[in-house]
Design a binder for this molecule. Structure first.
Ligand code: FAD
Ligand code: SF4
Length: 527
């Protein structure tokens, strides 16, 4: 054949640059399901199933369009699986098809970007990587913008994109007179909670998805989600049409509440007013321009308040593009960052959803967030940042162990988006390149933003003693441990000033209690 067109599992857009000059009579579309992509981190069953189901639908649709698709299905049994990695499967395909050229679009991971090129070149075939135009901002634009800056702030980047793409702009001015309505996006619910929430659109598995779910159950029975009936609950959009329906459902049912309650958390309410679009976006089932345009239109038609529309667009046009630019700009060194020299292991309850002895996680906020994550492969942003991420940071867990968990456990996890969020925003492992200060808080923050503390045996106001909240103990311990570094920094001095009021005996008591938690949770950890 002329060209072997490699379609990776997160590149399921038919308008991809891959097909620009392609010819169905001379080229072959190649796709492969391989176990290695599900096991290099111990992936959640729903995450694996989502990729396989969406890939199978994409392949079926391309066949209908007249393409020759060489699709490798994952064998049902590990013993008969001769091609455990993507690289091995590609070498085998090159040997069979003998193409003049192998073409692919920039992968979502540094690891694959390197290995694909190496494998194709080693096979003696011309290798061509194309830039991914799914994203609005390309690597060279980001490189120019970032070059020479000491720190990279999303807000500056975001404003530049609003202007460049004329999104929510009135001429040169932002609609509503300011670029950012974040201050209006931080409400929590009163004691009555969110009330009756509209159920998000569910996408029942069709024949193709069902087969993918069965294959995951056969091959990855012991993966996270297995004990939580994750595959039985699977309802993610897996086709472009379903992604479009998910967007419509969000705009009709939940978008008005998105702004106010973006940061709020509530027991038993995993979705609240969130869009559930990240996985569909990251697999390229829907284009970010389409999502931004639809939200902008909803604002202009009076269906979405400005603070909600701006808050949402900030996530997609701002954060999502920003973290991707940062990822490619800062890799591979970025993945090795550990600015706060954190050395602890990740507590095993992150993977298991229970304590080593089998009892429930005693911290209600972690129990809720991790339980929901294992069941659904989903938690919203503040749960990821201020519950699971914060706890790991306060405990002092090695950032690479935290990164592995996040990459494995969420349905929307692809390294370009997961890694900067974890290493930069959540763990401060990059020493402040991305976030101006560590996102640290005590249990009081959790109490303010959720009702978790009212079901918890700990007291968020206490740092020491029997009923002390571990977040609060570890928060003060964090301030004490990192006093040297942050007490004199202009962005953090105010937060660290409170440490001055702690006398030596109290500091010792906090440290002792924090160490006891580390001993109990982290040093006895194993997956
Ligand atoms: P909504 O709350 O409805 O937000 C709308 C969209 O904005 C999302 O679909 C997403 O595409 C985008 N978005 C929002 N926040 C971010 C962000 N910080 N970075 C990039 N895009 C953003 N998002 C992922 O897509 N994959 C990940 O692996 C991932 N890992 C994360 C790890 C940590 C520690 C943190 C703090 C955040 C992570 N995020 C990740 C960002 C965010 O939590 C998810 O995008 C969001 O929760 C997905 O749910 P949703 O689609 O309902 O989002
Ligand atoms: Fe979490 Fe502490 Fe609140 Fe319990 S008291 S839910 S551990 S923040």
């Amino acid at each position: 054949v002329r060209h072997l067109l490699v379609v990776l599992g997160d590149q399921l857009n038919a308008d991809s640059v891959l097909f620009d000059d392609a010819d169905p009579t001379r080229d072959v579309v190649w796709m492969a399901e391989v176990a290695g992509e599900a096991t290099h981190v111990w992936s959640h069953q729903s995450r694996i199933a989502l990729f396989l189901a969406a890939m199978r639908h994409f392949a079926a649709d391309r066949r209908v369009d007249g393409w020759r698709v060489d699709y490798r299905e994952l064998p049902a049994r590990a013993e008969t699986d001769a091609l455990p990695t993507l690289e091995a499967a590609l070498v085998e395909a090159i040997a069979r098809w003998r193409p003049d050229r192998v073409i692919w679009v920039c992968p979502g991971e540094y690891r694959l970007r390197r290995s694909l090129k190496a494998v194709v070149e080693e096979a003696g075939v011309v290798a061509e990587e194309r830039p991914d135009r799914h994203f609005l901002v390309d690597e060279s634009w980001f490189g120019e913008w970032a070059g020479g800056r000491k720190t990279l702030r999303m807000e500056h980047f975001y404003r530049a994109q609003r202007r460049r793409f004329a999104v929510l702009m009135d001429g040169k001015e932002p609609v509503g007179g300011k670029f950012n309505f974040d201050a209006a996006n931080r409400r929590s619910f009163d004691a009555r909670g969110p009330g009756l929430l509209p159920e998000p659109a569910r996408f029942s598995p069709d024949r193709i998805t069902r087969a993918a779910l069965d294959r995951v159950a056969e091959r990855f029975a012991d993966h996270p989600g297995g004990e939580h009936q994750a595959l039985e609950n699977f309802d993610w959009p897996v086709t472009p049409a379903q992604a479009e329906q998910a967007l419509a459902d969000f705009l009709e049912q939940r978008a008005t509440g998105f702004g106010d309650y973006q940061d709020a958390m509530w027991t038993g309410a995993p979705w609240l007013y969130h869009s559930r679009l990240s996985a569909a976006l990251n697999l390229k089932l829907i284009d970010p321009r389409r999502v931004i345009e639809a939200v902008q239109a909803a604002y202009r038609d009076g269906r979405m308040p400005l603070a909600a529309a701006e808050g949402f667009i900030r996530q997609v046009l701002g954060w999502r593009e920003f973290v991707r630019g940062l990822y490619w700009w800062a890799m591979p060194d970025y993945a090795a960052g550990n600015a706060l020299e954190a050395r602890e292991s990740l507590p095993s309850f992150y993977w298991q959803g229970r304590m080593p002895g089998g009892e429930a996680i005693p911290m209600a906020c972690l129990d809720q967030t991790i339980g929901q994550t294992l069941e659904l492969g989903y938690a919203h942003h503040i749960q990821r940042l201020m519950i699971t991420g914060l706890f790991a940071q306060l405990l002092g867990v090695r950032p690479q162990a935290v990164h592995e968990w996040y990459l494995a456990i969420y349905v929307d996890a692809v390294e370009w988006v997961e890694l900067p969020n974890v290493m930069g925003m959540s763990q401060y492992a990059d020493g402040g390149l991305m976030a101006s200060k560590p996102y640290v808080a005590s249990g009081r923050y959790v109490q303010r933003m959720s009702n978790y503390c009212s079901h918890c045996r700990f007291d968020p106001g206490e740092a020491t003693g029997e009923s002390a909240c571990p977040f609060t103990t570890l928060y003060w311990d964090f301030l004490l441990r990192h006093r040297e570094r942050f007490a004199h920094h202009p962005r953090t001095a105010l937060q660290w000033k409170h440490v001055e009021r702690i006398d030596a005996p109290r500091a010792a008591a906090i440290r002792e209690q924090a160490e006891a938690w580390r001993e109990r949770l982290s040093r006895s950890a194993g997956r």
